[in-house]
Design a protein around this ligand. Structure first.
Ligand SMILES: [Zn+2]
Length: 542
């Protein structure tokens, strides 16, 4: 109230009251998203009947039909010519590794059990993959970063060898924000990077040592994600450039391997983050075989639009991934990975934003695209495909607004921004958050690399300013600790597990506010009032 009165005073004093008021009423955001809609879409998408929304399965057909049907019913136009579908050619690889592998050194040996000690898979589209007597070598973080004068592979010949690397990057515990990015994870910290670099170095195998804190999720997430089948975009070389075997081991498996080889894992791990670290060959080897079963198929992105003014080529794209893990390893007798929070909430958000824009009769200047992408859980594949085959030119796409896994833990005082500092979305979000009596904070867990873990990353990579934000730091009612406790509870007990289910007892107050926030920002971008820009210091501004 006080703010409002001061604002009026300001307007009167400067004599701009009437003209400004008129302008505001033209531009003013209209329409409010509804909690009951958001709940009902989330509940539907997370229903057992949707079979965990796994690409290539009946769950995909049900989900895609539902989304297309709703888009039509809400009055949104098809986003791909006269179709609501963008086909995404994928390959599904179902790998069956040896359930038990032997690690041998000169006069001793140990066994690793699949799922308990290790997971392994191969992205090579070959039916039989095998490593025989492959020597282990510890390569620290597995990073080559010339800008930090860092190379964990200096002078190594890795052919036939299996490299063991730790997750994250050397900056994590350095306390120096200019060394890599200190606690903020750089792309060098992501598992996808570790595999890419291992392949470039010619390693036959690569094993990442899991650590809950450094990875940002517990071992069960690794196990559940990597013992089901894996999907990728179809490649002309059939994945021949990849390392033969990729995988993860637990910290305790690493410790016993290093001990067997007469080394101490914790000591070497510590040394690995010192500049000048050199890889340490381990006097141990393993053999493993994986049988791969390939299915070539097409999955689907769902795309709908609200057209802008005639002749205006510009657009903005809302994204949320519709997919989850389908039916997989049972946990407590439940095998359907419903993905209520992840990401039925985000899909529901896009549906409700689209429905409300149309229902309020919004006539935007720029087109508004709603893109429900597939196979995010398999490595952001649907959005990667869109970025490689955009249906709207990236040069006229002014923004991407992405929503993923909204917390159902009540109204939040904050808006946490993943990837703060890259674009003028910083200021745009700050202003919009203020209207909701909220404040913005940068990602509180930058070491977990969330910036690289959702679909907006693929839009940022092709130069489109991208927003990914949600309340998660401070509960309006119960404060910071409560929010932290609740979000840990979700990460540890439900994230990527069959128990990520919809319950009527879920508190949607925060979700409603987050969705309204996106609605408002989308509105202002669509009218042309706002246009986000990269900041020159961002690596994406190039
Ligand atoms: Zn997920």
């Amino acid at each position: 109230m006080v703010v409002f009165r001061n604002f009026l005073y300001f307007l009167i004093v400067f004599g701009v009251f009437s003209s400004c008021q008129q302008k505001n009423s033209e531009m003013e955001v209209q329409g409010e998203v509804r909690e009951d809609s958001l709940r009902s879409y989330t509940k539907t998408l997370a229903d057992d009947q949707f079979l965990g929304r796994m690409p290539f399965t009946e769950g995909e057909t049900i989900t895609v039909n539902y989304l297309v049907d709703r888009m039509k019913a809400f009055g949104l136009e098809p986003g791909n010519g006269d179709s609501y579908i963008q086909r995404v050619p994928l390959v599904d690889i179902k790998g069956s590794p040896d359930p038990m592998v032997k690690i041998e050194c000169k006069n001793d040996q140990l066994d690793w059990t699949l799922g308990e000690d290790f997971v392994a898979y191969s992205e090579q589209e070959v039916e039989e993959i095998a490593l025989e007597d492959s020597e282990f070598i510890f390569c620290g973080y597995g990073v080559v970063a010339p800008e930090y004068d860092w190379n964990d592979f200096e002078g190594l010949d890795l052919s036939g060898k299996t490299i063991v690397v730790v997750v994250n990057d050397p900056g994590l515990y350095s306390g120096d924000s200019t060394f890599f990015k200190g606690p903020s994870m750089t792309y060098y910290g992501r598992w996808t990077y570790k595999y890419e670099e291992a392949a470039r170095q010619g390693a036959a195998g690569v094993l990442i040592v899991h650590d809950t804190e450094m990875a940002g999720y517990p071992w069960t997430v690794v196990r559940n994600s990597w013992t089901s089948s894996q999907q990728g975009l179809q490649k002309s070389n059939k994945g021949a450039d990849k390392a033969k075997v990729q995988g993860w081991i637990t910290t305790s498996a690493a410790e016993s391997l290093f001990t067997l080889a007469g080394q101490d894992f914790q000591t070497l791990k510590e040394q690995a983050r010192q500049p000048g670290f050199e890889a340490v060959p381990l006097d141990a080897r393993w053999s493993i075989s994986i049988r791969n079963q390939m299915t070539y198929n097409e999955s689907q992105n769902v795309i709908a639009r609200i057209p802008g003014e005639e002749g205006n080529q510009e657009n903005l794209i809302f994204t949320a991934h519709w997919d989850h893990f389908g039916i997989a390893t049972p946990v407590n007798g439940d095998s359907i990975y419903n993905g209520a929070v992840d990401n039925a909430t985000g899909v529901a958000a896009l549906m409700e934003i689209g429905r409300t824009y149309v229902a309020t009769g919004f006539k935007p200047k720029r087109s508004i695209i709603f893109l429900f992408v597939t196979a995010e859980e398999q490595g952001l594949l649907g959005s990667a495909y869109y970025a490689e085959h955009p249906l709207y030119p990236p040069s006229s796409t002014v923004a991407n607004l992405n929503l993923d896994a909204l917390d159902a833990i009540g109204a939040m005082s904050d808006v946490t921004m993943i990837g703060y500092g890259h674009s003028t979305f910083d200021e745009i979000l700050q202003e919009e958050a203020k209207r909701q009596d909220r404040y913005i904070v940068p990602d509180q867990d930058p070491e977990k690399g969330y910036f690289f873990r959702s679909d907006h990353f693929n839009f940022a990579k092709i130069g489109i300013p991208a927003l990914y934000a949600k309340g998660s730091y401070e509960s309006r009612e119960h404060g910071v600790q409560y929010a932290e406790q609740k979000s840990n509870e979700y990460t540890n007990n439900h994230y990527h597990q069959p128990s990520d289910e919809y319950h009527d007892s879920m508190n949607f107050d925060g979700i409603v506010e987050d969705v309204q926030l996106y609605y408002n920002i989308g509105w202002r971008i669509a009218t042309g009032e706002l246009t986000p820009e990269w900041k020159p210091e961002s690596e994406f501004s190039r």
